[in-house]
Ligand binder design. Structure first.
Ligand SMILES: NC(=O)c1ccc[n+]([C@@H]2O[C@H](COP(=O)([O-])OP(=O)(O)OC[C@H]3O[C@@H](n4cnc5c(N)ncnc54)[C@H](OP(=O)(O)O)[C@@H]3O)[C@@H](O)[C@H]2O)c1
Length: 236
């Protein structure tokens, strides 16, 4: 059975993707940071696949550079890397603190860069999927460092697809309004959906459909699938 590496796999979107891939027969190398991954690992194993958890702080690039080697000590048939771990800090450009800037760029852009580089150097097959954000099409600076990191991640996706296409495909998924940010009111999604052209919010199932398409279609490379109801095309 092939193995998928998923960063941020213990919670929310990363966890849903890990469970979906386990259901498809992938063994799972599950990255986590501060969450307890026990429940996710137990649920993944209930699909009859192997699952191992790996704690790593991706704001620390030294830890990031050790990550792929740690996985390869346990799994020898990796075919997929999903970079989902990210922070989401609301500071506009003027408000941005130095720590926010460095942590955000390390976690959201530079660690995925290093993981992708090491995936190419050592695994050199299959696909990388970077989880981006529909915000990359907009010029809204409320989450300044975050937006810059995700624009960089999309460009990195395209560069790697061109450089590595012969052996490793590299694609992105740009979610729109799918899960409410932590701590928001229960009606956040319903209210925010009024600004989406479809007047709906997306479900994690819609992201899984995008992931399946990228896995199955071997000629899609360097693309970012926007799963956002066209929110990114409007300027409110
Ligand atoms: N939610 C949405 O609707 C939405 C919309 C657009 C884009 N996205 C993108 O989709 C992805 C998943 O979003 P989400 O909302 O499910 O994520 P989330 O709830 O914000 O979870 C963040 C993830 O990042 C990990 N993480 C945080 N700090 C870390 C660090 N220093 N080192 C390593 N890992 C760290 C967390 O691990 P622990 O929990 O183990 O600490 C967690 O798994 C993200 O890339 C996000 O930008 C989401």
């Amino acid at each position: 059975m092939p193995t998928a590496i998923i960063t941020g796999g213990a919670v929310r979107i990363g966890r849903v993707m890990a469970l979906h891939l386990a259901d498809k027969g992938f063994n799972i190398a599950l990255h986590y940071h501060k969450s307890n991954p026990s429940a996710a690992i137990k649920e993944i194993k209930s699909y009859g696949v192997n699952c191992q958890g790996y704690a790593c702080d991706f704001s620390n690039l030294i830890q990031a550079e050790q990550f792929i080697a740690r996985v390869l000590a346990d799994f020898d048939d990796v075919e997929l890397l999903i970079n989902s771990a990210a922070n989401f800090i609301q500071e506009n450009l003027e408000e941005t603190q130095r720590g926010t800037l460095t942590d955000t760029l390390h976690l959201n852009l530079m660690s995925p860069y290093l993981l992708m580089r090491d995936y190419k150097r050592t695994i050199n097959k299959g696909m990388v999927v970077n989880i981006i954000d529909e915000r990359v099409r907009k010029h809204i600076s409320t989450f300044g460092a975050y937006s810059v990191s995700k624009v960089g991640l999309q460009h990195l996706t395209e560069l790697a697809a061109v450089e590595w296409g012969e052996t490793v495909r590299v694609n992105g998924i740009a979610p729109g309004l799918i899960l409410a940010p932590q701590g928001r009111a229960p009606d956040y999604l319903e209210k925010a959906a009024r600004k989406v052209p479809t007047r709906t919010y997306g479900k994690t199932e819609n992201l899984l459909q995008a992931l399946d398409y990228l896995i199955e279609n071997q000629f899609v490379n360097g693309d970012t699938l926007f799963v956002d109801g066209a929110e990114s095309w409007q300027h409110l």
